[in-house]
Design a protein around this ligand. Structure first.
Ligand SMILES: Cc1ncc(COP(=O)(O)O)c(C=O)c1O
Ligand SMILES: N[C@@H](CCOP(=O)(O)O)C(=O)O
Length: 458
């Protein structure tokens, strides 16, 4: 399998090279040259496979330059850290299915991809005898999952930018209480969009990227998206009947839902992907009416989705534009100049044939946590609640609606307490964080400051 860029200006590369490159050197995002098609008989045979076997079957279609035994070992090591033996169990509550993606070390769905990516980096760096400086942006969950994926690993430094005081207190602690010498947290005085913009700008500084061997842990990295494709297949296989399914996905940077889109293109019987956002609803406006115009980031009770400029939309647009890199380049030039992208009526229609969308505001999120808890005794985290609310409103009664549960509710104690009067009990790994020593550099949203910091610590 070879990989190309959404902007069309890199020569096709293998999987290992794609993982190391992170952001494509032409500023685009990496995609496979073609999408493998899974025949219905194969899908049926995969339906009840254990998670790791399924993961191997799917990932090996894309990671064709990693020997099978090595890939199996990487997958086993990555999911051996999950505390649930099913890795991502599917449970049924109140007429919907909840796909619990939060049983990894940092209790968010990011662990599914970042445990694997951490191990992949270690494997590839050893093979090449190289070192790497990871540079990433987080609105709360990617940061701690990435740190957990690489802490203590040889030949890797990690620099994570998060928006100062805009994550939940526990999310911040999960990052800043890691004192390993190779871990560097930077609290940026700005929004997640500022953090992501700095990271992408520094990746586009090819001299700096090369000299400091920058590696990407955000969903910029193809391996992130790939690992997330697996649980869509897993969830479908765990449903009582293997018919058409709707996935409801709480969305911020469009990585998770893009993985679902890929699963669909591979042949998974996905009826619709329901894109649920909080008040930062540029993406749900895009689906509803084709209005893709940037606004200001606002703070919400689902802080990990406080994002305007969703990085991975570019990957979807590549397909929407019939794989025209030229149209992708002109769309992003238009976005830079005007703050919006204009779509044709036919394009909007095609988006709507694949996605549903909804905006769930703070009151609706808290009300959903409360009512769901009252009905079922189950505690949703505020991000998951955004997706569940979308499902209950848009596809109620559909026999197979799977809501992605992207984080453990204890990570968002304040919001949960506001909804149900008491925070979710802290699992031991979160309780242990209280009162821990922390280390973090507070910085203005200035790429030169970040660059200088990386240079000084690398
Ligand atoms: C808990 C949680 N839910 C949902 C999302 C949104 O996922 P994505 O950014 O892939 O759209 C995030 C952030 O990525 C998150 O941390
Ligand atoms: N919500 C994310 C934002 C970064 O998204 P990513 O998927 O590109 O890593 C977070 O928790 O940091």
């Amino acid at each position: 399998m070879k990989y190309i860029s959404t902007r069309g200006n890199i020569a096709p590369i293998g999987f290992k090279e794609a993982v190391m490159m992170g952001l494509a050197t032409d500023g685009g995002l990496i995609l496979p040259e073609s999408i493998p098609q899974i025949a219905p008989e194969t899908l049926a045979a995969w339906a009840k496979l254990p998670y790791r076997e399924l993961a191997f079957n799917i990932i090996s279609l894309f990671a064709t330059d990693i020997p099978a035994a090595d890939l199996k070992a990487l997958i086993d090591r990555s999911y051996g850290t999950f505390e649930h033996q099913e890795t991502t169990p599917l449970v049924q509550k109140d007429g919907v299915y909840i796909l619990e993606l939060f049983h990894g070390p940092t209790l968010a769905f990011k662990d599914v991809a970042l445990q694997l990516l951490g191990n992949l980096f270690e494997y590839l760096l050893k093979e090449r005898g190289e070192k790497m400086n990871i540079l990433g942006a987080t609105s709360g969950d990617t940061g701690s999952a990435a740190i957990a994926g690489v802490r203590g690993k040889e030949n890797i430094n990690i620099f994570i930018l998060h928006p100062h005081l805009k994550t939940s207190p526990i999310q911040a602690l999960q990052m800043t209480s890691v004192l390993d010498a190779n871990v560097h947290n930077i609290a940026v005085e700005g929004t997640f969009d500022d953090c992501q913009n700095i990271v992408k700008t520094l990746f586009n500084d090819l001299e700096f990227k090369k000299e400091y061997a920058l590696g990407a842990v955000n969903s910029i990295n193809w391996a992130r998206v790939l690992a997330q494709v697996v649980y869509y297949f897993y969830a479908w296989g765990r449903l009582p009947e293997q018919g058409k399914v709707v996935f409801s996905v709480p969305t911020g940077n469009f990585g998770d839902i893009f993985a679902g889109y890929l699963a669909k293109r591979m042949g998974l019987p996905v009826e619709k992907l329901l894109l649920a956002t909080n008040e930062n609803n540029i993406l749900s406006r895009f689906v509803q009416s084709g209005d893709y115009s940037l606004g200001q980031v606002v703070q919400t009770v689902s802080p990990s989705m406080d994002i305007q400029l969703a990085s991975n939309l570019e990957r979807y647009l590549y397909y929407l534009f019939n794989e025209s890199a030229e149209r992708v380049r002109s769309a992003f030039a238009e976005l830079q100049q005007t703050g919006k992208i204009v779509f044709s009526a036919e394009e909007v229609q095609r988006v709507q044939s694949e996605f549903l969308s909804c905006t769930v505001n703070e009151a609706m999120t808290l009300e959903t946590i409360a009512s769901f808890n009252k009905e079922t005794g189950y505690v949703l985290d505020p991000h998951t609640a955004v997706g569940v609310r979308g499902a209950l409103e848009c596809v109620k009664g559909h026999p197979a609606v799977v809501c992605l549960a992207t984080a453990h509710p204890a990570k968002f104690g304040e919001a949960v307490e506001r909804a149900i009067g008491t925070p979710a009990p802290l699992p031991p790994q979160l309780a242990a964080l209280q009162g821990k020593e922390t280390r973090c550099e507070i910085m203005a949203a200035d790429k030169e400051l970040v660059k200088a910091f990386v240079k000084a610590k690398a």
